[in-house]
Design a protein around this ligand. Sequence first.
Ligand code: GLC
Length: 483
Amino acid sequence: MISPLENQHLEHARHLLYDQAMVCFRGEPIGTVAAIPQKKWVMDNHHPHMVPPPDLNYGEVFIRDNVLSMIYFLLDGRADIVKNFLNACLQLQSWDPRTRGIFPTSFYVESDKLIADYGQRAIGRVVSVDATLWWPILVHMYVQKTQDWDWVYQESVQTGLKNMLGLIVQPSFREIPTLHVPDGSFMIDRPLDVWGSPLEVQVLLYGALLSAAHLLMQGDPSIPEAVDRAIRLRRYLHKHYWLNRRMVQTLRRRPTDQYGDDVVNEYNIRTETIPHWLQAWLGTQGGFLIGNIRTSRPDFRFFTLGNCLAAIFDILTQPQQRSLFNLILHNQKDLIGEMPLRICHPPLDDTDWQNKTGFDPKNRPWCYHNAGHWPCLLPFLIMAVLRHQHRFLDLRYTQTYLPMQELLKKAYQLQMSRLPEQKWAEYFDGPTGVWMGQQARLYQTWTVAGLLLVHHFLIQSPSDSRILDLAPLHKLWQGNRKP
Ligand code: GLC
C-alpha cells in the first residue's frame, strides 16, 4: 500500500519526466534532458535563497542518462519513445574513418537538426565509451520486450551493430579481452584514476558483445568473434577482478617479479598495494569485482554500478552474486547511508586526490564521483536482487535475500522521503550522503526516472526486474539464437 503523499510524489515525477524533461524532434518524443532547465522550475522554487547552478550542457540528451528513462518508458507502455531514441542515436553514430562506430555522449535539437557531442565539448575532451556500449544493450532490451525483430533486421540497425563491434573486435597491441580507455570515459566523466580497464566499461563491453551477438542476423561472421570475446572477458574478470577474503590471502602470499611463461602473479601485485580497509569491508562473506587491474597498480575500490551490472548480466556466478549482496549488507552504513547509493568506496584522499584528480574541487573526498551518493544507482541494485525473487524463500539463501529485501525497502523509503523535498538533486555529499551535492543540478532526470523505477520494481511489478537480462552465453555459443 502506498500513501496518498507517495502517490502525489509519483504523479509529480511522471509529470516531470513526460512533460518537462522530454525532448521532441520533428514532433516526436526522442529522449530526455539530463536536468530540467532552471527556467522551468525556478518559479516553483520553495527555497528562494537557493542559487540554481548554471545549466551548462545538462539541457542535452545524454545516452547514459537516458538508460533509466528508456527502461521506464518501455515498462510504461511507451516503446515508441524508446525506438525513436534508439533511431536518433543510430543516426548520430560516427561514420568518420577515425571514429567509425562510436555513439555520441549527448545530443540536442537545433531547428531541424540533431547536434551531437562525441566528447569534443566535454571536460578533458574525453569520449564516453559507455554510450557506445549502452546502445546495443538498450536495443536488446527493446527487442526482448517488443519482439520488433523487423526493425532490428533493417540494414541500418545491423550496420550500426557491426560498426560498433568493429571498434572492439580488431587487432591491437594487447591480447587481453578488456577495452583500454582514458580517464573519465564513462559515468565518472572527470579524472578519478579510472583509466585503463575500469570495471564499468568492461562489464558494459560484455553486455554489448552478447547483445550484438543476439541481435545480428544468424550466420553473421561477427557473431563467433563477439561471443568468443565475451567468454574470454568473463573468465578474465573472474580471474583478475574477483576479490573475497580468501583471494586476499592468496594475493598477499604470491611471489613477485617473476618472468617467463609460468607466472602466478601476472600483474606483479605487491602486498603493500592491498589496502587494509579491505579486511573489515570484506568481512567473512563478502566479495566483489575490484575497480581496475593494472600492472602493479590494481584499483581495489568498490564501484557500485559496475558490480550491480555484473550481477544483472550474470558475469558473476550465483554464489558470487550472493557474496556481493552480503558485502552490500555488511557495508550498508557506507553504501546506503542517508541516500542510496554511494558511487564508489572509499574516496581518493590527500595526495591521491591531489595527484590523481588534479586537485578537482568537484571531486573532493566524499563528494560527487569521489564517493558521493547518487540516487540514480538504486534501480540497478534492485534489478540485481529482484531477479532472484524465486530464490527468496529457498532456505539456503534466506540469510542473504530477506535482509536484502528489507534493505531495499528502507532505501526506497529514504529516497521517497528525501528526493521530492530535495528537488530531485543529482547527487549527495558527505560520508553518509546527507547533504545535497554542493554543485548538484536540481530536477535531474535520472533521479526522477530512478525513483519511478524503484517504485515500479519494488511495489508494482518485481518480475519486470529481469528487463536487462541478456541471452544466456551458452545459448549464443551453440548458435541457438532463434528470435
Ligand atoms: C555529469 C555526470 C555524468 C552525466 C552528466 C549529465 O557529468 O558525471 O555521468 O552523464 O553529468 O547528467
